[in-house]
Design a protein around this ligand. Structure first.
Ligand SMILES: Cc1cc2nc3c(=O)[nH]c(=O)nc-3n(C[C@H](O)[C@H](O)[C@H](O)COP(=O)(O)OP(=O)(O)OC[C@H]3O[C@@H](n4cnc5c(N)ncnc54)[C@H](O)[C@@H]3O)c2cc1C
Ligand SMILES: NC(=O)c1ccc[n+]([C@@H]2O[C@H](COP(=O)([O-])OP(=O)(O)OC[C@H]3O[C@@H](n4cnc5c(N)ncnc54)[C@H](OP(=O)(O)O)[C@@H]3O)[C@@H](O)[C@H]2O)c1
Length: 499
């Protein structure tokens, strides 16, 4: 339906994908971006803004083949896990290739959604100038992560502490922490990354965790990237068939085989659900450069006293305690953002009378963000829903913003829009493709079928010294693949005979 005008708020990875999908659907997007550039969180800046941000060395913990849009793979020579500068390079190429920048209004000072949500007029202010726009729909791509969580109230004595304390979003690089005694509080990905990096220059790093964590690493079996093994349809189906306690035991045994989490002081109270990516953490613990400590009970002027009663002198505290989520543009309106952020598939707020608002990228996938955001934008629902004058009744599920299983969520949204690969039918006309979809990493191309070269792109940046043997290692033994393929064929035959 041409001509429908869509406002896209934010030009990070979610906003760029949203603009592109709008154009594909024949809609007219206008993107409003607060800063002077694209890239959002992935654009490293020397200065901090008080918003969520990345440090100079930040490197993705999601495979490059996953951290892409469905129709624009990363160059094959890019490494498997990308430094932020590479991700920006990729995003700039993407924006240029699809000519997206001309749809973006940069340096928007403030935006306000006027009146209620039955109509979609937006007041935009740029350098003292006010402009008013009317849209048919708004896609909010302003990020799940906004401000820092700095839980000082939970740390008695922090006000009398004479050293320096910062949130991880203010950290840029290690130079100025040379020779310091540092506590990093929190063992999410930020905490693990910072503790490892700082331990190269600090006189001592303490990593304080109240719950502990399961630590996984990017380099998985046979040296293959973790995502190629863990985020597959095959694994997702296994997860459905096997009882959770068995899956947990398998995963925990696997992680403990690398290093015993109990011995290393990391064993969490929770079973294996979410893990922190910390390739180098055990190496730094075993060499004493990072010492794992329990929660901080209180600070004195010069030291920290931990839950186990031990006390250590400290110069710097880095709170790697995560991020808040807020939508000032919507004035944190309770009509659309209830306390549980209940939204249909994390996209549509259920309470609105008219479907004028969609949230993109406001979820935490256990896996890459680009494909999930892109598929959300491609929720043909959005184009259709926005283009309908009458409200489309949807069944809403209430769910908090909790980690979402990547493959399951991708399949769920893809089913809604009719883009989920139909394995039995693909198997009939292209068994090789079906096997790659089933056993291979669940890349965004699977939902548009352009995947047969994904393994070559994973292997190429690793194989910088050419050997005679040319067989890329596979995470699943050949006999198992063949057995599953035969089973699939058998099931298909049965279906055909019955039908
Ligand atoms: C330290 C860190 C590392 C991460 N690593 C990974 C990883 O390895 N892989 C992965 O998949 N994900 C990772 N993530 C998750 C990350 O959030 C996503 O990859 C991705 O950046 C989300 O993109 P986005 O477009 O939704 O949000 P952002 O990248 O934050 O972009 C939002 C954009 O909206 C703009 N904006 C916000 N409010 C307004 C407004 N009112 N008006 C105008 N413009 C506005 C902002 O300026 C910004 O440009 C990481 C997150 C953090 C914090
Ligand atoms: N390399 C990468 O790709 C990379 C790097 C950094 C971040 N990220 C991503 O960025 C997002 C944010 O990660 P993050 O590590 O900044 O935050 P996070 O995942 O929310 O982790 C926050 C940590 O702080 C702890 N914490 C919170 N409040 C606390 C309190 N009051 N007292 C003590 N500890 C407290 C939490 O402990 P509990 O578990 O006990 O609650 C948790 O360990 C995630 O999606 C992450 O994957 C990715």
């Amino acid at each position: 339906m041409p001509g429908k005008r869509i406002a896209v708020i934010g030009a990070g990875v979610s906003g760029l994908g949203a603009i592109k999908i709008c154009l594909e659907e024949g809609l007219e997007p206008t993107c409003f971006e607060g800063t002077n550039d694209i890239g959002g969180l992935w654009r490293y800046q020397e200065t901090t803004s008080g918003r969520a941000s990345i440090y100079k060395s930040a490197t993705s913990n999601t495979l490059k083949e996953m951290t892409t849009y469905h129709d624009y793979p990363s160059p094959d020579y890019f490494p498997n896990y990308l430094h932020n500068s590479r991700i920006m390079e990729y995003l700039r190429r993407y924006a240029q290739h699809f000519d997206l920048t001309k749809h973006i209004r940069f340096l928007v000072d403030s935006m306000r959604k006027r009146s209620d949500f039955s109509c979609t007029d937006i007041l935009v202010e740029t350098t003292g100038k006010q402009e008013s726009y009317v849209f048919d729909g708004i896609m909010v791509c302003s990020s799940l992560y906004t401000g820092p969580i700095l839980p000082l109230q939970n740390f008695p004595g922090i006000n009398r502490f004479k050293g320096q304390y910062i949130h991880s979003c203010e950290y840029r690089s290690p130079e100025k922490f040379q020779g310091k005694k540092i506590i990093v509080v929190g063992i999410g990905n930020s905490g693990a990354d910072l503790a490892i990096e700082l331990s190269h220059v600090a006189s001592q790093v303490y990593l304080s965790t109240r719950r502990g964590a399961w630590i996984w690493n990017r380099v998985w079996d046979n040296g293959m990237p973790m995502d190629t093994v863990l985020f597959t349809h095959f694994k997702t189906i296994l997860n459905k068939f096997y009882p959770t306690f068995l899956i947990n035991r398998w995963a925990e045994n696997k992680l403990n085989a690398r290093f015993n989490h109990d011995v290393y002081g990391l064993l969490p109270k929770h079973r294996y659900v979410l893990a922190t990516c910390g390739d180098d953490l055990p190496n730094h613990i075993i060499s004493g450069r990072v010492l794992i400590k329990s929660d901080v009970r209180e600070f004195t002027e010069t030291s920290a006293i931990f839950g186990d009663g031990t006390e250590e002198d400290v110069d710097v505290v880095i709170f790697a305690t995560g991020y808040t989520s807020s939508f000032p543009f919507l004035e944190n309106n309770a009509t659309v953002l209830d306390s549980q952020h209940s939204m249909f598939k994390f996209v549509f707020p259920p309470q609105l009378e008219k479907p004028t608002l969609a949230f993109i990228g406001i979820l935490q996938p256990v896996g890459a963000t680009i494909p999930t955001s892109e598929l959300q934008s491609d929720f043909r629902g959005i184009a259709k829903v926005f283009c309908c004058k009458t409200y489309v009744k949807l069944t809403f599920t209430v769910s908090e913003i909790v980690p979402v299983q990547y493959v399951e969520y991708m399949d769920e949204i893809a089913s809604e829009i009719g883009a989920k690969p139909n394995l039995p039918s693909i198997f009939l006309w292209d068994p090789k493709l079906a096997v790659e979809i089933f056993f291979g990493p669940c890349t965004p191309y699977q939902y548009r079928l352009a995947i047969l070269t994904q393994r070559e792109r994973i292997i190429k940046p690793l194989r910088t010294r050419t050997l005679i043997c040319d067989q890329p290692p596979s995470s699943v033994p050949f006999w198992l693949k063949s057995a599953c393929a035969a089973l699939l064929l058998f099931a298909l035959t049965l279906i055909i005979i019955k039908g």
